[in-house]
Design a protein around this ligand. Structure first.
Ligand code: NAP
Length: 282
């Protein structure tokens, strides 16, 4: 790399633990290559404690990084670290973007808009069932309530109290974990926001036959791409949206804030990500 290129290099990355599996570097490298901008976007490991996260974030800022995405287990740490945050990140209690600036770092949550964009339009007053109540489920709930115009929202989670916390933010109902199949029957939109169905995790234990005709089924898990939930929904002829659709869209705000001017979500980007997932599974 020439000195001139080094000088103009725009740097960003994704901080997580573990993080080597992250698809974010591939997304950002694809966009940067299309524009021909000199960019470095790396996967940066920071052990799970807040202190480790803050140390790594301080280092990146000192080294001139423009910003960083933040993934498991640091999304709450990112909010704590930031000197200021968007209203949505504060409401979600978690941030997946940190933009470094003179006076500190600004935290945002692009998972919320990413989920809403992946779901798309046409869901006004839809009845939604969110399965899960972790950090991702919070973002999904805020997206459904504020961006997608959902009507009744129900949240079912193994640990009921966590569902209750989210329900109070978005005016949702809480459903007991052992009543999840009954709740499935009435939903126009069903979202899996648990880690279940992910490689290495058990599948989501649901009675798929209860899914309503015409329901849209979303799984934010993307490894594997076709989770047991999505396979069952497709078998029933239902519309499905997989986790890559959200992943690509949550990445765009960071790229546009730190690295370049065009972040197209298209079939070529998706094909690259699918190929990376396939290569990883082989
Ligand atoms: P998290 O905060 O750790 O939450 C995990 C959720 O899964 C909780 O609701 C937890 O229930 C539930 N769960 C875990 N094991 C379970 C089990 N054996 N039985 C029942 N429920 C179980 O994780 P997160 O950050 O929300 O992430 C959740 C998933 O979303 C991950 O797979 C992540 O990769 C994915 N994600 C995808 C995107 C994307 O762009 N596509 C973005 C963010 C996250 P309890 O509350 O009872 O523990």
């Amino acid at each position: 790399m020439s000195d001139a290129t080094k000088k103009n290099l725009r740097r960003a990355g994704v901080i997580g633990w573990p993080v080597s599996h992250s698809l974010s570097p591939l997304i950002h490298a694809t966009w940067a290559a299309r524009e021909g901008v000199p960019v470095s976007y790396e996967a940066i490991a920071a052990p799970a404690s807040y202190d480790d996260f803050a140390r790594v974030a301080d280092q990146l800022k000192a080294q001139g990084y423009r910003g960083a995405n933040v993934t498991i287990p640091h999304k709450e740490h990112a909010l704590r670290y930031a000197s200021a945050a968007s209203q949505e990140a504060r409401d979600a209690g978690a941030a997946n973007m940190l933009t470094f600036r003179g006076d500190g770092a600004f935290a945002e949550n692009s998972d919320i808009a990413g989920f809403a964009a992946a779901l798309g339009d046409g869901h006004a007053n839809a009845r939604a069932l969110i399965i899960g109540a972790g950090g991702a489920a919070r973002g999904v709930a805020i997206a459904l309530r504020r961006h997608c115009g959902a009507g009744e929202i129900s949240i079912v989670n193994r640990t009921r109290a966590r569902a209750g916390e989210i329900a109070s933010i978005v005016s949702a109902d809480v459903v007991d974990w052992d009543k999840r199949n009954a709740a499935l029957a009435g939903a126009d939109i069903v979202v899996n926001a648990t880690a279940l169905g992910m490689n290495g995790q058990p599948p989501l234990d649901l009675d798929w036959n209860k899914l309503k005709a015409g329901a849209v089924v979303v799984d934010i898990v993307y490894s594997p791409l076709e989770t047991p939930l999505l396979a069952a929904a497709r078998k029933r002829g239902l519309a499905t949206i997989d986790g890559l659709e959200m992943l690509m869209r949550q990445a765009a705000p960071g790229y546009l804030a730190w690295l370049g001017t065009r972040a197209e979500i298209d079939a070529d980007l998706r094909a690259r990500l699918e190929a990376a997932l396939t290569a990883r599974a082989a």
